[in-house]
Design a protein around this ligand. Structure first.
Ligand SMILES: [Zn+2]
Length: 206
């Protein structure tokens, strides 16, 4: 199949958890074992990434809607999904960005992103995004498959668009979270390329 024109994807972006203002981080837990500047607050890191992701997606000709934007408060999952429904159309995809942790002490075992999905339609996207992430952005050894089905996650169950939840790095692994921040553009490019590949192959017979 020859694709003559790149499909414009409407990417509905969610940044997990609440953010920070005036030195106050509004989300219990969801942070590195030490506060910034040594560690990170997850909601702040998710917001930073979501903003950058939307900028690049728009520059590449896609539509990007940042559900959380600059809001500091932790918008309820229910409200996020209600807003998603308003924007959902036949070209939309929903992505919720998060960062991972094994526990509340620094560790060096778990690394790298995880791409989570629920529906079969989203699985195709998850596979492509995971392929791009492991091929380009992530030079960490010993990985197997980094996409997983998760049936119980609220935003994967309650959204209308094919939905992914991407855990970008382990914020309790200093090396991993630093690698992610230093190579953020590679992560963004890989995710966008994975979405484009996943949606372009729709309708073909492969
Ligand atoms: Zn999270």
């Amino acid at each position: 199949m020859v694709t003559e024109r790149k499909k414009v994807i409407r990417i509905i972006v969610d940044a997990g958890h609440g953010g920070e203002a005036l030195g106050c981080y509004v989300t219990p837990g969801k942070r590195s074992p030490e506060p910034p500047p040594v560690g990170v607050y997850e909601g702040v890191l998710n917001r930073w990434f979501a903003r950058k992701f939307c900028e690049v997606a728009k520059a590449k000709g896609h539509e990007a809607i940042n559900l959380v934007g600059d809001a500091v408060i932790d918008i309820s999952l229910k409200d996020r999904c209600k807003t998603e429904a308003l924007f959902a159309n036949k070209n939309s995809v929903f992505i919720s960005f998060h960062n991972n942790a094994l526990g509340n002490i620094w560790q060096d075992q778990a690394t790298g992103p995880r791409v989570l999905y629920k529906s079969n339609k989203a699985r195709k996207l998850a596979v492509k995004v995971a392929q791009e992430l492991s091929a380009k952005a992530v030079a960490i050894k010993g990985w197997r498959s980094i996409y997983r089905q998760r049936k119980y996650l609220y935003v994967l169950k309650k959204t209308k668009s094919p939905a992914l939840l991407i855990e970008l790095s382990f914020m309790d692994n200093k090396e991993d979270v630093a690698y992610f921040q230093a190579n953020v553009n590679d992560y963004i490019d890989s995710i966008l390329k994975g979405l484009e590949n996943g949606l372009e192959s729709e309708g073909s017979n492969d």
